[in-house]
Design a protein around this ligand. Structure first.
Ligand code: PGA
Length: 302
């Protein structure tokens, strides 16, 4: 379902902070209603999400989003989401709406309270009002630099779902933990914390496996190593509920680029990618979208 189909009105129009949008000159073609995109593995549509982190928070974010929308326009096999900084969400959502783009918009974080004395925080409904329909939760930078715990991530997931946001919940081990053979224990602990809410809202959320040692380092996990952890995550979900395991997309993240995406996305339990650095450059990000679409068309994702 596209972001536009979900909302009758321009989501960003309600935002008091929305930047004025430029006129639509080159509308991307909407998905024809009678075209059902080919499905991915077990019917899971691949998701390619760009995490812009502390970049592209102004007009440059709008330009980037427009370029990405062009790349995504005829790639209905793949769901595409961008996560700008808070300052650009309303403007980016507005631009994408004007271009009739299906590209979704995510916050990079959210707080679990709706309102009150929480200086510097943003609530789920504020994100929705600004035009976001997704949010990234528990990114390792939030966990490591801002002290987010499993418990906090779980509270945010409950609040975000209640507020109508789809969530990308990040999990992953550090290099020390991997070298100590603790990878699967760490993943089990992190996934278990959010499992009750995932099971309550089957298929609404996405898990992103992001080994901390691979984020922003250029050291990508091998497709086989990534698949091993993805299969373990799928098994954890299956232990709770077979349908949950079937319907939950599990993304890989950590130094994904156009030149390593195919090996990763071909793996049976990898349903897409959470892309940091390479999502700041529309051409390279577009190539990752192309690869995901090609794999679906070739039936390699089924
Ligand atoms: P990277 O970041 O692709 O730059 O490694 C991924 C992420 O942090 O989500």
């Amino acid at each position: 379902m596209s972001s536009n189909e979900e909302n009758d009105t321009n989501p960003a129009e309600e935002a008091t902070t929305a930047a004025p949008s430029s006129e639509s000159t080159e509308a991307a073609p909407a998905t024809p209603e009678d075209t059902v995109p080919a499905a991915g593995k077990a019917g899971r549509r691949p998701l390619i999400a760009g995490n812009w982190k502390l970049n592209a928070g102004g007009a440059d974010g709008c330009d980037l989003a427009i370029a990405i929308a062009r790349s995504a326009a005829d790639r209905e096999e793949v769901e595409v989401v961008v996560a700008p900084p808070f300052t650009a969400i309303a403007a980016v959502a507005n631009e994408l709406y004007n271009k009739k783009s299906d590209v979704g918009v995510a916050g990079q974080n959210v707080y679990f309270e709706e309102s009150g004395a929480f200086t510097g925080e943003i609530s789920p409904s504020m994100l929705r009002t600004a035009g976001a329909n997704w949010v990234i939760l528990g990114h390792s930078e939030r966990r490591q630099l801002f002290g987010e715990t499993d418990e906090l991530v779980a509270k945010k997931l409950v609040a975000a779902n209640a507020g109508g946001l789809k969530c990308i919940v990040c999990v992953g081990e550090t290099l020390d933990q991997r070298e100590a053979g603790q990878t699967l224990d760490v993943i089990r602990t992190q996934v278990s914390a959010v499992l009750p809410e995932l099971a309550r809202s089957v298929g609404d959320s996405v898990i992103a496996y992001e080994p901390v040692w691979a984020i922003g380092t250029g050291k990508v996990a091998s497709p086989e190593d990534a698949q091993e952890v993805h299969a373990a995550i799928r098994q954890l979900l299956a232990d709770a509920d077979a349908e949950l395991a079937d319907q939950t997309r599990v993304l890989y993240g950590g130094s994904v680029k156009a030149n390593n995406a195919e090996g990763l996305l071909s793996q049976p339990d990898i349903d897409g990618a959470l892309v940091g650095g390479a999502s700041l450059e529309a051409e390279g990000f577009g190539k990752i979208i192309d690869i995901a679409a090609k794999l679906v068309r070739q039936g390699k994702n089924s």
